[in-house]
Design a protein around this ligand. Structure first.
Ligand SMILES: Cc1ncc(COP(=O)(O)O)c(C=O)c1O
Length: 412
């Protein structure tokens, strides 16, 4: 596929744009020298017109690929009608999206924000207000987790490197081992009011929770009146085969956090909970100027409608994921010294390597395939659920060349 008319290649190259970007942007992210101009389905196109197979999807955003026509049209129509009202009034897209989420989940109520980290903050606040009646405030995150970059969410995050150099951090947070119920029980104190868990840790290296661990966690938290919060910001919206991963683990949380794919590319986060717990966020206790704004909600509604109406949910997306997993397993047989393990769920996949994941990611980039390295040992794949068989074949051929070119894992 070439760039269409009207989006013809720029006279300024990727490298020239990158130099300009580096001059004016804060260098808080290590970026590739790549400047994208257009996306369609599983493909991105840079300013020079080169196509890239996108197996990262804007980091778990594009569960239906780039510019899905239903999402694009919904955004166009909404942009002509109404862009923003504030949350002092109602608007239709927000109510329709909340109704959809309530209908399809355990939840009775939804609070909307603009990002993942913001709904983590909302959950922290809700939990603390819940605990306030009984003098409880302790929040437990799990080791290896990632919850965001604002102060509460990053304090909850179970990775030291995310918390370093910005102290003093807020108090009342602690971390317990992942997939180890006894380790969690040891960390719980009489003050503990909520435990946050990702059903599959994403940034931490695509590590799924053990179903038994989640069941035990649910039983334990219920016994102790501790809120169980599922951070499904990365696992949700069809990514792991069901609308939210909790459904497949058969464990119902008290609070569920969604973002990323929910907005179909627009900034949107949602906190889902029961009507009983929603009482702890009464008028004036929390808010967001933009949260759940008409444009983002119209996009979110289009994403959910497309997932269900095009047959990817309740379960169709899993079939495509199964095919990709089969192909990856065959690839692993060819390169067992490189692909030590394939882990994850649905279209959230980690290839566990003996090391050198950044070098592998760079070789994928030379193949014009986008993946990412979460640490030195894991390549993360987050392709859309509507991937075609041809695209799977293209990816596997590229991966074959990448691993063939890597030589012996012990070498360099
Ligand atoms: C599980 C999880 N929680 C929270 C976040 C933070 O979301 P955002 O970047 O939208 O603030 C992320 C982002 O990667 C995430 O994967």
């Amino acid at each position: 596929m070439r760039l269409e008319e009207g989006s013809h290649p720029s006279t300024v190259s990727n490298a020239e744009w990158a130099v300009r970007g580096n001059r004016v942007l804060v260098g808080n992210v290590r970026r590739e020298d790549l400047v994208f101009r257009k996306g369609r389905g599983s493909w991105l196109y840079d300013v020079e017109g080169n196509p890239y197979l996108d197996f990262l999807g804007g980091v778990a955003i594009h569960v239906l690929g780039h510019c899905h026509p239903r999402v694009t049209v919904a955004v166009q129509k909404q942009a002509q009608r109404l862009l923003h009202t504030s949350n002092l009034y109602y608007h239709e897209p927000q109510i329709l999206l909340a109704e959809f989420l309530v209908r399809e989940t355990f939840a009775d109520r939804v609070f909307f924000a603009n990002s993942g980290t913001e709904v983590v903050e909302a959950a922290i606040k809700l939990a603390r207000r819940y605990g306030d009646r009984t003098g409880r405030y302790g929040l437990l995150g799990l080791e290896g987790s990632f919850h965001g970059r604002t102060l509460g969410a990053l304090t909850l995050t179970g990775q030291k490197k995310i918390r370093e150099g910005i102290g003093p951090l807020p108090g009342g947070f602690d971390w317990a081992p992942f997939n180890d119920i006894e380790g969690v029980v040891r960390k719980v104190t009489p003050e503990t009011v909520a435990i946050f868990v990702e059903p599959v840790q994403g940034e931490g290296g695509v590590v799924p929770a053990d179903p038994g661990f989640l069941r035990e966690l649910r039983r334990f938290t219920r016994e102790r009146d501790i809120l169980l919060v599922f951070d499904e910001i990365q696992t949700g919206i069809g990514r792991t085969g069901t609308l939210f991963a909790y459904e497949s683990f058969d464990v119902v949380p008290d609070i569920l956090l969604s973002a990323k794919a929910l907005g179909g590319g627009l900034p949107l986060g949602a906190l889902l909970t029961t009507s009983q717990l929603a009482e702890y966020l009464p008028p004036g206790s929390h808010g967001s100027t933009f949260g759940g704004n008409p444009l983002a909600c119209a996009a979110g509604l289009a994403v959910l409608e497309a997932l269900f109406e095009e047959g990817y949910l309740p379960e169709g997306g899993q079939r495509i994921a199964d095919t990709l997993w089969e192909e990856l397993s065959s690839l692993r047989e060819l390169y067992p010294e490189w692909i030590r393990e394939i882990r994850g769920k649905g279209m959230m996949i980690g290839l566990v390597l003996p090391g050198r994941a950044v070098e592998v990611k760079d070789r994928f980039l030379r193949e014009k395939v986008l993946v990412n390295a979460t640490g030195p040992e894991v390549i993360r794949l987050l392709p859309p659920v509507n991937l075609s068989l041809e695209e799977i074949a293209t990816f596997i051929k590229s991966a074959d060349r990448v691993f063939a070119s890597m030589g012996n894992p012990g070498g360099s």
